[in-house]
Design a protein around this ligand. Sequence first.
Ligand SMILES: Cc1cc2nc3c(=O)[nH]c(=O)nc-3n(C[C@H](O)[C@H](O)[C@H](O)COP(=O)(O)OP(=O)(O)OC[C@H]3O[C@@H](n4cnc5c(N)ncnc54)[C@H](O)[C@@H]3O)c2cc1C
Length: 408
Amino acid sequence: MSDSCIIVGASHAGVSLALQLRREGWAGPIKLIGEESELPYHRPPLSKEYLAGKKDLDAMRLRPAKIYADNDIDLLLSTRVNSIDTEKREVQLGSGESLGYQKLALCTGASVREFIPARGLESVFYIRTAADIARLAPCVRKRCRVIVIGGGYIGLEAAAVLAEKEISVTVLEMSERILQRVTNRTMSDYMQHLHESQGVEIHTGVEVESIREEGQEKLIGCADGTEFRADFLIVGIGVEANASLALSAGIESRAGIQVNEYCRTSDEHVYAAGDCTVHPSLIYQRQIRLESVQNANDQARAAAANICGKQQVYDAVPWFWSDQYSIKLQMVGLSTGYDQVVMRGSVEGGIQASFALFYLKEGVLIAADCVARPKEFMISKKLIKARAKIPAQHLQNEEIEPINFASA
Ligand SMILES: Cc1cc2nc3c(=O)[nH]c(=O)nc-3n(C[C@H](O)[C@H](O)[C@H](O)COP(=O)(O)OP(=O)(O)OC[C@H]3O[C@@H](n4cnc5c(N)ncnc54)[C@H](O)[C@@H]3O)c2cc1C
């Protein structure tokens, strides 16, 4: 039997897992296999500084090329794993070659959800990979018109970048408010006003039904009869976990690859980490799937420790950030199920605003959304982990320093 560990997917989770394996003492070969052609890079800047043209790909590498060689990690790029034979403990590559493993780690991430009315049309772009931005970049010209379908984080980040380039940006969101899935109405309204103050048009409760091409123009038809025109479209309607490789190998998967608290799948020799997984959250007492760099890195490190024989439970507090214009939004925890929201600071001041929204359930802090409030963000991580009950008046009172929330 091979003494290799094979990692499928060479992005945030895969790279962290490979390097952590060496730190944990994995002595056998490590093969890190990714289908993208680029040396692994940070994905978040794609809809931020990279789209803005403020950063190039070389400034976004997860690790310099030398790190892989120094750690004796065999990085195979432009290589797809087509199937897994769990009986033989082998993976089959696109080239037809088979590679044996002792342990396998699936870090296959997620892929964009396709917007069916746009299928097969030119000038419709998604943002998931560096190659996606390379396709989109030539369309980004001053005074052209773009429609962004989807008012989630990625659509809004792209809208912010393009609005700053004197492009006419319209966001069409199907829900009654932007960011509905991830935050409360106060934050949605704040973000909507922020974008509108920068010239972005936002329409909510709008269902796009059809897209037609008229010469170089796109005509976007909505269920209520309204029509929009644009030179190009950006679609950001969410992602789906890449679980089909696992599923076809008989590894339990539904909305993602199912792992236990040790990041192990239903096959004892196969682990998984990152966007592709569904895992039990001890803090929230339910199964969750996350799309964040924090989760990809932390879960991968726990998986590496467990591959090397430890029994490390993955129980991190999720956190996420989003940059739009000059503001940094920092979110920690998951707000689903809250019964009270407490606001500290004020949404007044547009781009200068500074506030935090704390989400409580039966008095316990479960999540916080922060704009220009780094101290509140940092302490919330600890308090959520501790399942702390914090009186609402402490959270609101600006005379109490965040560090003293629990003790005041
Ligand atoms: C535009 C954008 C902005 C974002 N902004 C933020 C942010 O501000 N903050 C934040 O926390 N998160 C952000 N995210 C989310 C974050 O990037 C993801 O959570 C993170 O990339 C997940 O890492 P991963 O390694 O699990 O998966 P991925 O990054 O999706 O990587 C999976 C890799 O596996 C490869 N792969 C899949 N199947 C195979 C196969 N069969 N064979 C070989 N290779 C395979 C894929 O090609 C891909 O390279 C953003 C994402 C995007 C797209």
